[in-house]
Design a protein around this ligand. Structure first.
Ligand SMILES: [Zn+2]
Length: 248
């Protein structure tokens, strides 16, 4: 009888350890940075990877980075809460890899697009819808004013109403408003070379096909990834797309 009681105690202790272990484990999640380029290659990619790795260290998530498209199988992708397309360009995934990524998003996966993520996969309409719009053109790097539209979202709540910063400002092939929730717009009067008029979205998010998508047009320059406000912007996008609401 004593042995049986002891075994019962051991069993409940074991259960407790398993439950605790699971809850501790659930505080940590993984994201994958994908930065393969088939077109223009931004020199800031390595800066972006390092900065996002640091965001992960401070905020308790694990960051993997790859340029190997063959890792795009559903079984690999489902290990990650979100996939970050960091200034990818051109045709980076083949048909099987695209299918795997679509399945990943349909099963609740997250997507974060940074800068040239919109200059990627022009012949894959689903991807164009996931991002929201494709790159069209850009003027020279210059300082511009961004008007913050959403003061609640984790990627923009820390930002002032009018956010001035220097970057390469993209024009897009269409205005994604209507398909996406716009977080911030560029004031085209504050710089030269904008061609989208008074409503020029530059950061947005939406739920799409079962998953979550967040995009920011900034991030061309290496200096972007040392700007605390821009990094917090990206962190908020990662937390949103990953389905993780709390941040430190
Ligand atoms: Zn660029």
């Amino acid at each position: 009888m004593i042995i049986l009681k002891l075994l019962k105690h051991l069993a409940s202790l074991f259960l407790l350890v398993v439950i605790l272990g699971t809850s501790l484990h659930s505080q940590t999640f993984k994201v994958l940075i994908f930065s393969k380029t088939e077109g223009f290659r931004h020199s800031s990619i390595s800066n972006g990877i390092r900065a996002i790795e640091q965001l992960g260290q401070i905020n308790d998530f694990i960051v993997d980075a790859t340029e190997d498209a063959s890792l795009f199988s559903y079984d690999n992708l489902k290990e990650f809460k979100a996939i970050i397309f960091l200034s990818t360009t051109g045709d980076v995934l083949n048909q099987n890899q695209q299918d795997a990524f679509e399945r990943y998003i349909r099963n609740g996966g997250g997507f974060i697009g940074i800068h040239a993520a919109s200059d990627t996969e022009y012949d894959w309409p689903w991807y164009g819808e996931l991002v929201g719009a494709y790159f069209d053109s850009h003027p020279a790097i210059q300082t511009a004013t961004i008007e913050i539209a959403d003061h609640i979202h984790p990627s923009t709540k820390h930002l002032p109403e009018y956010w001035q910063r220097t970057d390469e400002w993209y024009n897009y092939n269409k205005n994604p408003r209507g398909q996406v929730h716009v977080l911030a717009t560029l004031d085209e009067n504050s710089y030269s070379g904008g061609n989208m008029g008074h409503d020029h979205p530059i950061a947005w998010m939406h739920e799409f096909d079962g998953g979550r998508s967040w995009y920011t047009g900034g991030g061309h320059t290496e200096a972007s990834y040392t700007e605390p406000d821009f990094l917090k912007h990206i962190l908020g996008g990662i937390l949103y797309a990953s389905g993780e609401s709390s941040e430190k």
